[in-house]
Ligand binder design. Sequence first.
Ligand code: ATP
Ligand code: MG
Length: 317
Amino acid sequence: MEHARRSDVRSSAQLIDDTPLAREIADLSARRRALEGVAIELPNRTRVLTVSNQKGGVGKTTSTVNVAAALASLGARVLVIDLDPQGNASTALGIPHDPDTPSVYDVLIDEFPLADIVQVSPESPNLLCAPSTLHLAGAEIELVSQVAREHRLRGALEDYLATSALPIHFVLIDCPPSLGLLTINAFTAANEVFIPIQCEYYALEGLTQLLGSVRMIQRHLNPSLQVSKILLTMYDGRTRLAQQVADEVRAHFPGEVLQTVIPRSVRVSEAPSFGQTVIAYDGQSAGAVAYREAAIEISKHVPAVTSNEDTNEEGTL
Ligand code: ATP
Ligand code: MG
């Protein structure tokens, strides 16, 4: 009798161990352990990534600030340029950005040096931010009549990087969800396009347009621009749809999609309301672990050196 009861207990424990939730928890613990003590190789030249997708709400800002914070926690010096008038990246990095704050607007329109507006995030001395304010909404129109209107950010960034006392390893530019002059300035200033894609219906919608824009920029403004990496975000492992979308994106872009997918997570979405990235807010959560893994993958990418001739006119990556 006693023996039977003990084996009942054992089998129910085994059953619990074998649930999807138990497997997920065990997997997360193993991934956390794998991240302990990981070191990344810092690039010799500053890598400038523009985080772009013309579709709204796909995780551009969330990915910008969390990848930046993860890279900073791994020892890189990272500058986030908030190029979205909504200022969400500035908020998430705990950077004041009321209308009186010197911002990217002053850099683009009044030719302020970038060094005059860059602030250090309270999260890490390695994490810098060029904030945006609401004024930036007007810059889209004001830039139209300016000289070198597509190159303003590039010029300011080059001056900043050339005079910065300490090396900057990564610059991440958070773009608005449109192809106006702000996004064009980001494309012109960057070497790499980093594309977050939401694991939802119509995930690929707008991507053809984005790739077309990248080719146009390569031809006319910045031949060195490359699509470097694609990150699948807001992945919900319980739905078949998320898996299907992930498979479809991987089939289209086998070389570009990161292995890491970012899970849909409440911790990720609530962190900005505390003025924090999820790395600082709950560094052991599934979302933070995934963003740290994504940052490590990004750090391993070696950008190709390209010329105009390398540009593929057929429209495939
Ligand atoms: P926009 O085009 O307006 O700039 P965006 O592409 O920058 O949007 P985000 O602001 O990063 O997108 O994300 C859109 C919404 O989804 C936000 O409310 C954010 O908190 C939420 N979100 C992003 N990633 C996740 C995630 N992994 N889990 C849960 N919520 C998320
Ligand atoms: Mg955004």
